[in-house]
Design a protein around this ligand. Sequence first.
Ligand SMILES: *[C@@H]1O[C@H](CO)[C@@H](O)[C@H](O)[C@H]1NC(C)=O
Ligand SMILES: *[C@@H]1O[C@H](CO)[C@@H](O)[C@H](O)[C@H]1NC(C)=O
Ligand SMILES: *[C@@H]1O[C@H](CO)[C@@H](O)[C@H](O)[C@H]1NC(C)=O
Ligand SMILES: *[C@@H]1O[C@H](CO)[C@@H](O)[C@H](O)[C@H]1NC(C)=O
Ligand SMILES: *[C@@H]1O[C@H](CO)[C@@H](O)[C@H](O)[C@H]1NC(C)=O
Ligand SMILES: *[C@@H]1O[C@H](CO)[C@@H](O)[C@H](O)[C@H]1NC(C)=O
Ligand SMILES: *[C@@H]1O[C@H](CO)[C@@H](O)[C@H](O)[C@H]1NC(C)=O
Length: 392
Amino acid sequence: MHLFTWLILAFVPVTLAGLEEPTKIALRSRSLDQRGKLSRRSPKASNVPLLNYFHGTDLQWYGEVQVGTPPQTFTVVFDTGSDTFEIPGKNCTSGCSKQHIFDWDKSSTYKYIDNGDGLYLQFATGVGVTPANSSEPDWIMTMFEVSDTVSVGGLAVPNVPFYLINFQSPAFGADPFDGIMGLGTEPESFFGSLIAQGLPALFSFYLTPKSIGHAELTLGGIDHSKFKGPLVFSPVQSNSGAWTLLSAGISVNGKTTESLSQAQRFIFDTGTSNLVFPKNLTETIYALISPDIVANPVVPGTYGIPCCHLKSLPAVINFTFPSTSGKPFNLTLPSTELSVGPFASNHSLCQTVINSFDFEFDPVIGGSLLKHYYSTWDAGNKTLGFAQTKHA
Ligand SMILES: *[C@@H]1O[C@H](CO)[C@@H](O)[C@H](O)[C@H]1NC(C)=O
Ligand SMILES: *[C@@H]1O[C@H](CO)[C@@H](O)[C@H](O)[C@H]1NC(C)=O
Ligand SMILES: *[C@@H]1O[C@H](CO)[C@@H](O)[C@H](O)[C@H]1NC(C)=O
Ligand SMILES: *[C@@H]1O[C@H](CO)[C@@H](O)[C@H](O)[C@H]1NC(C)=O
Ligand SMILES: *[C@@H]1O[C@H](CO)[C@@H](O)[C@H](O)[C@H]1NC(C)=O
Ligand SMILES: *[C@@H]1O[C@H](CO)[C@@H](O)[C@H](O)[C@H]1NC(C)=O
Ligand SMILES: *[C@@H]1O[C@H](CO)[C@@H](O)[C@H](O)[C@H]1NC(C)=O
């Protein structure tokens, strides 16, 4: 069984139809850095503007895609924690009332290609910073496979295999976006088709906080105008099925413990808002920050601290990773990320950045950390790189 993560989430593909269908490309794009040798007809790297902000958490980003002929527009989360691309179809019976839905009768290039089994996905985390419920799944979808022309950031590809959602649990209905475009380590669907046409097998994220704006996804390249200093790459762990790096250790305010000094895998997930760690790792870290951080049983999996105690509390978490050049580097979660905001059930209690989970997958690092770096996700070389953003 594979587990993948998304908006704080993992899913279990129950049936998965074949997805290959290399295609011809119509291209129009702005050019950015391009690595590797490209033939003249290969698509060029392209920037996709992203919006963020969901419920004020400043930890969620999404952008536009076009599907069909003539194009119908949808917003999706570009999610390194999942693999498939899905948007609601016009016969979605549940949880889609606020979403844009795809009307296949209005597309001349639409094809139904499902084998009749469909696909069921269960996510380990949902939108926002409230943990998913593993015992009573609250983030699920069913969908069926189709193909059509898909266009993102001016890169258009015909006959892209993807999924139309025909049921999703009510929790999805509140999303400010319509669907999810998975950008896992083994590219498929839209991005896989672009790579088959010669686009370099990498993409980059500039996930800014609201105060900075101009968040951006670059498909097939690196936007050097968005960062300073070197991009430092770390090898992605093989057989993990995800963007997983092996950390050499964690320190909190410069201090560490024996368990925190051990090697530990972390999944990097643009679809996850905050951090989602196993209970013991979560509590070991919190113990080094403040005894006032305690589990909040009202929202299982979360922790809180009286908001009035936050102000002068240092909470710098350093994650150390090996680089492909041999020199280790740190990714730093600054103290300003400790609080993700007050709980709805108690406005004087602030939720802290790490949720704990009780099911089996590697710890997940999401937007709270990613928004402090420029990141390049290289599916060809199987490396993940980070650089200081210009505004940092
Ligand atoms: C929606 O249509 C697809 C394709 O015809 C079909 O496989 C699916 O079962 C339908 N779903 C619902 C809920 O009607
Ligand atoms: C990373 O952080 C740790 C602990 O804060 C520190 O001891 C170490 O020198 C840092 N490493 C680098 C490469 O900056
Ligand atoms: C965390 O790592 C950064 C970068 O290596 C370093 O400059 C800083 O001193 C470290 N902070 C702490 C509190 O260890
Ligand atoms: C958490 O528990 C697991 C399994 O018991 C163990 O392997 C790991 O080292 C522990 N981590 C920490 C930070 O205590
Ligand atoms: C999950 O649902 C069960 C049953 O409704 C409930 O007892 C449990 O507290 C929930 N867990 C979370 C994390 O919300
Ligand atoms: C809300 O949180 C504050 C700070 O932790 C606590 O003192 C208070 O008792 C809580 N109120 C309720 C109704 O739980
Ligand atoms: C990725 O691999 C290619 C081909 O092996 C190489 O030219 C390129 O420098 C590598 N990129 C990085 C960032 O290591």
